[in-house]
Design a protein around this ligand. Sequence first.
Ligand code: G6Q
Length: 548
Amino acid sequence: MTANPTALPLTQRPAWQALQAHYRQIQALHLRRLFADDPLRGERFVIDAVGIYLDYSKNRATDDTLRLLLRLADECGLQGRIEAMFNGDTINVTERRAALHTALRAPKGEKIMLDGVDVVADVHAVLERMAVFSGQVRSGQWLGYTGKPVRNIVNIGIGGSDLGPVMAYEALRHYSRRDLRFRFVSNVDSTDFVEATYDLDPEETLFIICSKTFTTLETLTNAHAARDWCLHKFGDAQAVCRHFVAVSTNAEEVSKFGINTDNMFGFWDWDGGRYSMDSAIGLSTMIAIGADNFRAMLEGFRAMDEHFRTAPFERNMPVIMGLLKLWYNNFFAAQSVGVFPYCQYLKRFPAYLQQLTMESNGKHITLDGSCVDYQTASVYWGEPGTNGQHSFFQLLHQGTRLIPCDFIGFCESLNPLGEQHALLMANLFAQTEALAFGKTDLEVKADGVADWLAPHRSFEGNRPSNTLLLEQLTPESLGKLVALYEHSVFTQGVIWNIDSFDQWGVELGKVLARKTAAELNSADEPELGHDSSTNALIRRYRRYKSGG
Ligand code: G6Q
């Protein structure tokens, strides 16, 4: 009798083993051959859904590859895990929580019950309070301590409480109120705070302290710096309630800090930091673009959620994208993924994806507590095109590593200037073409290049990429893009059988620095119990500081 595949360790499952054998057969197969053998490949290997056109034809994959990857998804019980996530099951097992970010964009009236509470009703109650507050700030009705309207919004947060807000603000700047200034402070390096507030008037400045736990060292340190900066101007602690609001799950700490909990916007422990830009953590986004645009962004998220939950896997964009990246990661031993938005507004999107992908799936212990015997998350990185082309694209074209890439482009520019948008998109299309098909030695010589130079000027090609094409960058399309990556990360986490929603590595950093900070600051020479390198570094720092 054949064993139930879901009961077997991942690398012993039939689909995994079949993929290994299949990899040996097709590893040398060139995209030139795949396209020559199937003239319709560029039209067949696409998914056109919810306003995103995904062309995945320039991947080193055949129909058999996809069939086997989809079989692997089945053997890993992906459909059941998707339902578990949407239903609010405790899929974040190490923190004993649901991962219900999809509830943040559920329509009003839908019910998702968690421990007897309808979380969708809670979500909408907060959204409504955010809409009122952001309306007051946008219209100039929210006045500072001295009666001046707020014109500067400074978001203080780090990690998930910063990367989403910054990315969304930059991405949707076109839709933002231009008479308001937005700044984002995350680093405990005081330079971040000082530079962000350098030209601001405290009388017109509102701080949003974003921290799920309200205990994060960096955020609380910067929040205190902001408080001092205000008090220095106003000399009255009463000013805090006009110039500070909080986004947190921890009312007690918010109140201890001196922020009136009437000015606190809540979210919930079932929403992880890196999945929270569409919760109250997005308050700065809502102030920038307005409540209607924020709701449109939520609709975009929701459209992709629906697609992920209901589309058959062979036409399911997050599933196909997740599986193809896993194909390179686990079978071609590719170590990284490049993401290149051909859109200046998406300049922070790669940084946002770094946290989403690497904090979610950078784990080596499975849900049942054993050590993996396969690779998990790839290293994600990227820059907007065309800038990257004049820098690291050399390595993509002619280096020794295989780096699968995602190219993201929009048919319409938000700022058309002559033919510039066509030029931008021409670059995108040309790059994916050159990466896939290269230029052979013979072709190079036929162009008149000397024999000795030809090897340097030829391109082997066969470098895979996806192209994501959207009509225009809007709040809605941004929501779709983010949800696409969220769900593709989840797809991979399910196959790797890891908890994509915890982050014990981040927690470690939070604990370690506190101890060392005390040693750096202590008046007496501290007794150091670290390794010899860390001890010496601490002593050296202390000597510099004491002028010795
Ligand atoms: C995200 C992580 C982490 C977190 C920050 C800030 O998923 O948990 O990046 O967002 O450490 O945490 P607080 O919001 O609690 O300050």
